[in-house]
Design a protein around this ligand. Structure first.
Ligand code: ADP
Length: 406
């Protein structure tokens, strides 16, 4: 049996392990916490930091193929492992490009992939100051603008909307400036946020799922629900797929060019996040090198889920079909605003009674306000039917806390 190692103990690893069991599998996980969603289901769990070089090397020494379900891992360890002949998916070079949003922007410009106009704050390597932001803002035609940290961002942290020169002041002076190496981007006037999940096996065979449309919950700053397929024209669907695939090609070339050894390049599961602007253009926002929240709906709306694809790719098996079977809507299940303590799932039975609805819980013992505890997928023969079912189940199911710590 092929031994797989996954860096990260979260729900993405958990759902991959769940899918992999159909094919028989052996998966070791490195997780900073235990218990944790992925760590709970792994054959072996190593508890350690994902940024710890030695901890990554130790897991790798026990497996045939190493992967990661989160971007914040020690990329130097992955690079060394590739030099030692270990298969790393996606390759270390891909992760290096993705960990630095500034480098992603440079690569997109080089490859002529459409993306929002941008400019470094200063030379992009030193902590941002108000003066440097004002200078960069001039080059982009003034505010409003979005400041993005080059590294370390996640779920909207590391992104600041600067509406005026006052916003460009340091937080201690009442502004929103991120005092880190960063760049500015034009604030995109978008009609929709879209995403395309692209899958590429170790031989370079590639496919993509139908483009999805994302809806954000501004209270929780999280992608709250996803509709597949997106409610856009066929031309937009096709262009979104073409742009997303071009982005993966671009990462593949970068990784191969910058490695002295043979690597897996951009093989793996990728989510390319896109903006559809009000004037109809598609721009790439960023890429995730792993299964993604925008692809959860594939579990119930498509022939093969993104998690099964991921496991197939890690093992060197052929890709499964990305065929859409039904319209689908995914809704993230978050802890209620006041939830704390041990998680309690109120109304679960009623949610499960809604036709076409499947609930996927991550097994997190502890609930916090807006913590992602699971998701539900609703399918239907039309977008409206899927949305109605999803809304009905969402209203029924509440994740509250017992008030007692676990
Ligand atoms: P993260 O990596 O933390 O998820 P993103 O770059 O995806 O950060 O930004 C989070 C969200 O902020 C996006 O999904 C989008 O809603 C908004 N956003 C990001 N960049 C822009 C932009 N240039 N214009 C308008 N909105 C943006």
């Amino acid at each position: 049996m092929i031994k797989i190692g996954i860096l990260g103990g979260g729900q993405l690893g958990r759902m991959t392990i769940e899918e992999s069991r159909k094919l028989l599998s052996y998966i070791e996980v490195l997780s900073p916490d235990y218990p944790a969603p992925g760590a709970d289901l792994a054959d072996v769990t190593h508890v350690g930091e994902l940024t710890d070089y030695e901890a990554v090397m130790e897991v790798a020494s026990e497996v045939d193929v190493l992967s990661y379900e989160i971007e914040h891992v020690n990329v130097d360890a992955l690079t060394q492992l590739e030099k030692d002949g270990k298969i790393v998916i996606p390759s270390a070079g891909v992760l290096r490009a993705i960990q630095d949003k500034g480098r992603q922007k440079l690569l997109m410009d080089e490859a002529k992939i459409p993306t929002a106009r941008w400019a470094w704050v200063g030379d992009g390597t030193e902590a941002a100051t108000q003066a440097a932001v004002l200078e960069a803002a001039k080059a982009l035609g003034g505010f409003p603008l979005v400041q993005k940290a080059r590294t370390g961002g996640y779920d909207g942290r590391g992104v600041a909307v600067l509406r005026s020169a006052e916003d460009a002041r340091a937080p201690e002076d009442g502004g929103k400036l991120l005092p880190v190496p960063s760049f500015l981007e034009e604030l995109v006037d978008f009609q929709k946020e879209l995403a395309v999940v692209v899958v590429r096996d170790r031989n370079g065979n590639e496919d993509s799922y139908p483009c999805v449309e994302m809806v954000f919950d501004s209270r929780a700053n999280l992608c709250d629900s996803v509709l597949m397929p997106a409610r856009v024209s066929q031309a937009v669907m096709e262009e979104a797929a073409a742009v997303a695939r071009a982005m993966i090609d671009c990462l593949d070339s970068y990784a191969r060019k910058n490695s002295t050894v043979q690597t897996s390049g951009a093989s793996g599961v990728f989510a390319v996040e896109l903006f559809l602007t009000r004037d109809g253009r598609i721009l790439v926002n960023e890429t995730a090198p792993r299964p993604h929240n925008s692809g959860h709906i594939t579990q119930d709306a498509c022939e093969t889920s993104q998690f099964e694809q991921y496991y197939r790719i890690l093992c060197g098996y052929p890709l499964g079909s990305t065929q859409l079977l039904k319209h689908g809507m995914m809704v993230n299940l978050l802890g209620e605003e006041s939830a704390n303590g041990e998680a309690v799932y109120e109304g679960l039975a009623d949610a499960l009674a809604v036709p076409g609805v499947r609930v996927h819980l991550y097994g997190k013992r502890q609930v916090r306000p807006f913590r992602k505890m699971g998701h539900l997928n609703a399918v239907g023969s039309t977008a409206e039917e899927a949305m109605d079912r999803a809304e009905k189940a969402r209203k029924t199911l509440k994740i509250v806390g017992s008030g007692r710590a676990v």
